[in-house]
Ligand binder design. Structure first.
Ligand code: AMP
Length: 331
């Protein structure tokens, strides 16, 4: 059975970008594939080294994963830091990763621009750790958003290099799991300037735990343009973020209504925003109810992480033993 791996950095709460970029695809796959879902707590060190926040947000991410429907009865859910084989594989892979190729990664260049005071080696080798996360279970599919496309391409490079160097086909090349239309998802932020994310300001992201008042406030403040002036014009880039969000959370007839009124130049963005806010709230309500239930069930959270770590270590242990053997270390 094909193996699937996905993870989310434990820097705070999940937002709609995480949900539609990674979690939603995983929900379908956990029924048909052998799935591993992890909380990437080591990854968060590259930007947020704060022990108390790390502890709290790791717990929060676990709760939110499960509230979305990731089922520990079907998928293995674990914390990255519970699996010592991951950093060992990361170290081994680092020996075959070139500084030049890592320096060319777009997300590294962006971080150098955004946090010039903290350009640490972990940032540079982020794609190597991500590769270790994936291939530790010899995964073939990775449900990720479009922002991770380049990292996955690098993961395939590292896999090819490893297999070639050691004359093996032990590691399959991992590919992004795409939607039925072949596209990778990119959820835009409310400010229309790029992707929804945690690092570019809280106001442009809708978090799964945002209450209805906050959702309405954020959506009503979303950036718009001055409206269409010619009939049947394609949706302008300056407003496409709101249409993309509408398509994710609203029924097709609602989306069609706003597409029609846009085409007829009779659209009122205030109405569109109100509708979008209510549809986001309706989408979030059952998830938030589950979050409340899980927050009160400490015993279950502990059990899930303990059992997940045990199962993930079985698979990771097998990989590491094989890798050490292939590389010529005593086993
Ligand atoms: P991160 O929060 O950066 O650790 O991302 C975790 C997962 O969510 C990765 O698979 C990302 O590709 C996905 N993701 C994060 N933000 C977005 C977004 N705005 N659109 C689509 N996918 C996203």
């Amino acid at each position: 059975m094909d193996i699937v791996v996905s993870g989310i950095r434990s820097t705070g709460r999940l937002h709609l970008g995480n949900y539609f970029g990674a979690v939603r695809q995983f929900l379908g796959m956990q029924r048909t594939h052998q799935c591993y879902f992890f909380i990437a707590d080591y990854h968060s060190l590259t930007t947020h080294p704060d022990p108390a926040a790390l502890r709290a947000s790791t717990r929060q991410v676990l709760i939110e994963y499960m509230a979305c429907g990731i089922d520990p009865g079907k998928a293995v859910i674990y914390r990255q830091s519970d699996i010592p084989e991951i950093p060992e594989l990361y170290m081994l892979l680092n020996m075959h990763a070139y500084v030049g190729e890592l320096e060319r990664v777009a997300s590294f260049k962006e971080k150098v621009r955004k946090q010039p005071g903290n350009v640490n080696a972990g940032l540079l080798t982020y794609p190597v750790l991500m590769t270790a996360d994936i291939i530790i279970h010899r995964a073939r599919w990775v449900p990720v958003g479009k922002d991770q496309e380049q990292h996955l391409e690098m993961a395939r490079n590292f896999v090819q290099r490893f297999n070639r160097l050691y004359g093996t086909d032990f590691f399959p090349e991992p590919y992004p799991f795409r939607q039925s239309d072949g596209q990778m998802v990119k959820v835009p932020g409310l400010d229309g300037s790029g992707k929804m994310g945690k690092s570019d300001g809280e106001a442009q992201a809708i978090f799964l735990s945002d209450d209805p008042t906050l959702v309405r406030k954020k959506v009503m403040r979303a950036v718009t343009d001055s409206g269409p002036t010619t009939e049947n014009a394609p949706i302008a880039d300056t407003i496409s973020h709101l249409f993309q969000l509408l398509e994710l959370v609203s029924p097709p007839d609602v989306v069609q209504h706003y597409l029609d009124t846009y085409a007829q130049c009779s659209i009122r963005y205030g109405d569109l925003k109100k509708q979008l806010a209510e549809d986001i709230i309706a989408f979030l309500t059952p998830i938030q109810e589950q979050i409340k239930v899980l927050e009160a069930d400490e015993a279950q959270l502990k059990r899930v992480l303990n059992e997940g770590a045990e199962k993930a270590r079985q698979s990771a242990g097998y990989t590491l033993r094989t890798v050490r053997e292939l590389m010529g270390f005593n086993t």
